[in-house]
Design a protein around this ligand. Structure first.
Ligand code: SF4
Length: 141
């Protein structure tokens, strides 16, 4: 698989604006999306989980400072469903990408496991027609 870095692509201005505003520092992705945060920890390999450490160091530190309960990682932990406005972002990204005829790489669940149990799936965005939006983004889960 060949990975084309952002710096090597010539991008239309609306895409540049989007990525400057909301882009990720993860080298192989353009954007990240988390419909919820948290994961089951399914194997010994999870001892080195970056997502858990990032959540504890950054997300939970901010939540605790704001008087909110921390997100619990691991089996039976309380997952945190992200805000509705956040969960709708892929629809806007998809529209911008379609208008620019660019395929964006979206890292879905950078701070969660999309197969976690239980998963708060009620907030997953749907298109108005109920069908899948035009595929102009590549999700990586
Ligand atoms: S995201 Fe979940 S499954 Fe993946 S390494 Fe972390 S705890 Fe393990």
């Amino acid at each position: 698989m060949t990975i084309v870095k952002l710096a090597d692509r010539v991008l239309p201005q609306p895409i540049v604006n989007l990525l400057e505003r909301e882009g990720t520092g993860i080298s192989w992705a353009d954007l990240t999306m988390n419909f919820w945060i948290g994961c089951q920890e399914v194997s010994p390999a999870c001892d080195l989980c970056y997502a858990r450490e990032f959540t504890n160091a950054r997300v939970n530190a901010a939540r605790v400072a704001a008087g909110k309960p921390p997100i619990e990682w691991g089996p039976g932990g309380a997952r945190y469903q992200t805000a509705e406005a956040n969960r709708k972002k892929p629809l806007r990204w998809n529209r911008i990408a379609a208008e620019a005829d660019v395929r964006l790489r979206v890292f879905c669940s950078s701070l969660s496991d999309w197969l976690t149990t239980p998963s708060p799936t009620s907030g997953a965005p749907k298109s108005r027609s109920g069908s899948s939006p035009r595929r102009t983004s590549t999700g990586c889960c």
